[in-house]
Design a protein around this ligand. Structure first.
Ligand code: C5P
Length: 219
């Protein structure tokens, strides 16, 4: 095989959380370090792909050999992703917040002594993976993640259908697994026809195996 099997291919990867403002100083977010998404972007680039990484707020450095765009909210992430279509490959790893505050405040919300806190009205965020999976410029290979704490396989399978993905990388992120924020990951690769359980691996190894699988599927 060629040492650069993804040469000439373009890829878009999302990574990290999104931050949805409540007011100028507060936000809603999911837990995500960005480690797995950033590692996947780097691995695709190592195999020769031209990679755009759309990252939410993270504390880890931009990977080498990749064009990294920094965004805060799901709406910004969606805009950055769709404006980079067409692409050959999309790998949506970001832990996008499902909801945002319906109308975030322009000024810091003040804590009023003795008064009940104001309720937060939430509205649903766009689903970036689902949008890409059903887009008129849909990439040839669309990969999503399913971070679950139970029924990992069932939830992964239904996500494959619903989101229009070719592959779902499903993992158990229950606190006792140490996956969130950690360096290791144990995943199941779910496709239309099979479920492949990978051993516990470093996130860099998961990334390289996934990049190789993507290259094989595009070959
Ligand atoms: O539905 P759920 O959030 O569990 O799906 C996870 C997959 O969908 C991940 O690949 C994630 O990046 C993607 N996703 C997205 N936009 C959302 C929610 C999830 O791209 N608003």
């Amino acid at each position: 095989a060629s040492p650069k099997p993804l040469a000439g291919k373009t890829a878009i990867v999302t990574s990290g959380p999104t931050h949805e403002p409540i007011d100028p100083v507060r936000y809603i977010a999911n837990r995500s370090s960005g480690r797995q998404g950033h590692a996947i972007a780097a691995a695709l680039a190592k195999l020769g792909a031209d990679v755009t990484l759309v990252s939410g707020p993270v504390t880890i450095p931009d990977p080498d050999g990749v064009t990294t765009l920094h965004v805060e909210t799901a709406a910004e992430m969606l805009e950055a992703v769709t404006s980079h279509l067409p692409a050959d490959i999309a790998v949506m790893v970001a832990a996008v917040a499902d909801w945002r505050v319906a109308s975030s405040a322009d000024q810091k919300i003040k804590k009023m002594p003795g008064e009940a806190p104001a309720p937060l009205m939430l509205t649903e965020n766009p689903d970036i993976l689902k949008t890409v999976g059903h887009h008129e410029k849909r990439p040839r290979l669309v990969v999503g993640f399913a971070a679950e704490t139970q029924n990992v396989e069932e939830n992964g399978r239904s996500k494959l259908q619903r989101k229009g993905a070719d592959l779902i990388v499903a993992n158990d992120v229950s606190p006792q697994t140490g996956v969130m924020g950690g360096m290791r990951n144990q995943v199941k690769i779910i496709s239309e026809t099979a479920i492949d359980a990978w051993p516990d691996l470093g996130k860099d190894e998961v990334a390289m195996r996934l990049a190789e699988l993507i290259a094989a599927r595009l070959a």
